[in-house]
Design a binder for this molecule. Structure first.
Ligand SMILES: Nc1nc2c(ncn2[C@@H]2O[C@H](COP(=O)(O)OP(=O)(O)O)[C@@H](O)[C@H]2O)c(=O)[nH]1
Ligand SMILES: [Mg+2]
Length: 307
């Protein structure tokens, strides 16, 4: 059986190989470490996308402990990095907010095109269904014809119910139907997939707020979570777009996807500290098992080769 840690470890292999191997080779035969060595660690952390602030903070912590004689080997360095990362990521850790029993929990997925919304909706449906919950998916990306087909495949795969409509239909109308149906059919969870793009930014903002308004007519506390998916290996342009989403969509938490795709796993730390929102899930691959509730401990241990 796959353990949770092994899923993190496999998904973060590229980042961990880049970091751990370099730290090991850099420090295997150096007796006295100087400013240059610490600058090299900082550069390594930057390459893995930890961000300037975090990299500097980690290296200064490391230097401090080195000067006090607490760091002697490359594995000490990895242990300290893992500890720092765990601390940085644990402050706002929480599980998903759920509705009280008897009313569906509504989760809305928002984010830039291609960041992994539909896939995350599907995988989340899988996790919740495996946990014995009745799940309904709602295809509100009516902007692209292929989007609801893709969500239907996930419904088939996970046994979740699905409400969708022809492309071009008003997404808010689909959301209204789905929410009414989720209540009538006593669903435990309703997951709403949305579009990442519209003809204009204003068009998209209006569309998302209209979806929220109609859902609230039926369940006033909903959506219980509005999750923003961000491709963790994303360039600065996509990150700027994600920032826009966070501004107008009342986002409550983050899902960082595609951590497996590059050696840029450090971006979890940079994005978390920039957005000041809890990371609820991470995408560690394309399989159903590869969406996992975020664990700072597994994350940190996996990239700095702790067991
Ligand atoms: N390797 C990997 N691929 C992912 C992950 N999440 C999503 N993808 C892929 O990213 C692509 C875009 O995902 P999609 O859900 O369609 O994005 P959307 O446009 O935001 O709905 C698809 O090919 C997914 O299979 C992940 O965690 N790891
Ligand atoms: Mg999609």
């Amino acid at each position: 059986m796959k353990t949770l840690f092994s899923i993190f470890k496999k998904g973060l292999q590229k980042t961990s190989t880049a970091l751990s191997r370099s730290v090991e080779s850099m420090f295997s035969d150096v007796h006295l470490w100087g400013a240059e060595d610490f600058a090299r660690i900082e550069a390594l952390l930057l390459q893995s996308d930890f961000g300037v602030r975090t990299a500097k903070r980690m290296v200064s912590d490391m230097k401090d402990r080195y000067e006090r004689g607490l760091v002697k080997t490359s594995s000490d360095i990895q242990r300290i990095c893992a500890e720092d990362i765990k601390t940085l990521l644990s402050d706002d850790l929480r599980g998903m907010r759920m509705a009280p029993e008897g009313s569906p929990t509504v989760i809305m997925m928002v984010g830039v095109n291609g960041s992994g919304k539909t896939t995350t909706c599907g995988k989340l449906a899988g996790i919740l269904a495996a946990d014995g919950r009745k799940v309904m998916l709602c295809a509100c990306d009516t902007f692209r014809a292929a989007a609801s087909e893709q969500l239907k495949l996930w419904a088939d795969r996970t046994g979740a119910a699905i409400v969708s409509s022809r492309s071009g239909t008003d997404p808010a109308a689909v959301a209204f139907d789905a929410t009414s149906s989720a209540v009538a059919r006593k669903m435990d969870v309703l997951i709403i997939d949305t579009a990442g793009r519209q003809h204009t930014k204003k068009g998209l903002m209006d569309e998302l707020s209209k979806i929220v308004r109609v859902v609230k007519k039926i369940i006033p506390e909903a959506p219980h979570e509005t999750l923003l998916t961000i491709d963790a290996a994303t360039g600065s342009n996509a990150l700027n777009q994600a920032r826009e989403f966070a501004k107008f969509a009342d986002v409550t938490g983050l899902v960082l996807t595609k951590l497996d795709g590059s050696g840029k796993g450090g971006s979890v730390v940079a994005i978390h500290s920039e957005f000041k929102l809890p990371v609820l899930f991470v995408g560690l691959g394309e399989g159903m098992d590869d969406l996992q509730p975020f664990s700072p401990e597994h994350f940190a241990n996996a990239i700095f080769s702790q067991s």
